[in-house]
Write a protein that binds this ligand. Sequence first.
Ligand code: BIV
Length: 298
Amino acid sequence: CRPQMSEEQEQLIATLIEAHHKTYDSSYSDFGQFRPPVRKDEFDSSDDCSMPEAPTDCSFGSSTPGESSMNSGNLGLLASFENFGQSASNMTSPFSMLPHLSDLVSYSIQKVIGFAKSIPGFRELNTEDQIVLLKSSVIEIIMLRSNESFSSEDNSWVCGSEEFKYSISDVTQAGHNMELLEPLVKFQIGLKKLNLHEAEHVLLMAICIFSPDRPSLLERERVEAIQERLSETLRAYIVCNHPPPSSHLLYPKMVQKLADLRSLNEEHSKQYLEISREAGDPSDLTPLLLEVFGSPLS
Ligand code: BIV
């Protein structure tokens, strides 16, 4: 497709695709090493009074109809005492999915760092700017790369087995707000609909990392120049390789996804801060998470 695409641009795409393959394991074989997911049943049967083995446990033998509702309240009290005893010794977190999702995000952060380091120009930036770019974009890149596991069929992220299939309810059980998860799922559905080629997917991630408007960059112009090179490559790629009608307005639609990511990023920061404050056990998070998204103590 010369002269639209240069040798250099083709090389750039090859480099990004190789870097992505080295840092995204489509078999998700490492997920078994994370702390296990703990899903609370949506219909908890522990307060079910209709167990055939011990029907009197619910009423404590009470016969007066007026007392029965109060007594069934007693059972809840007993149950909560038991749970209290457990949480005092065991430090039970209110967010059962937090340890697993913390490990998943921590693992993904390391992979994103690996990807960023192989983008031509990244290593040549001063270290401070490398850190600024990574810290500010990493949750956005995680949201982008996760589209590979996202299934629009059932609105969940499918990473191999049933155990590693993440629904909205699972993210809620890590402390995230249900209403604010809807925009993330909408984003995933919209991105999936673009049917990006792998070249476009990796270029979008690279463009996102090299955002020159991230706060406190020292050499904004150098970041801008690298982003410009990546954007031109993306535009040329679409012209040469993406057939109509799906190529129609594809580039501006991809740019819009970058805008969507900004607001998701902002929302995540707020919610993360809340979660890190409310988590029963600080070790539910990881040192890397604390470093990248901040510690409630700092
Ligand atoms: O594709 O509060 C990829 C690798 C695989 C799997 C994968 C899925 C990503 C998901 C599913 C990857 C679980 C919940 C995640 C989601 C992407 C973002 C979301 C990790 C990681 C986040 C953010 C929720 C943001 C919102 C709704 C605005 O690499 C959960 C973040 C959890 C903590 O805040 C506790 C770190």
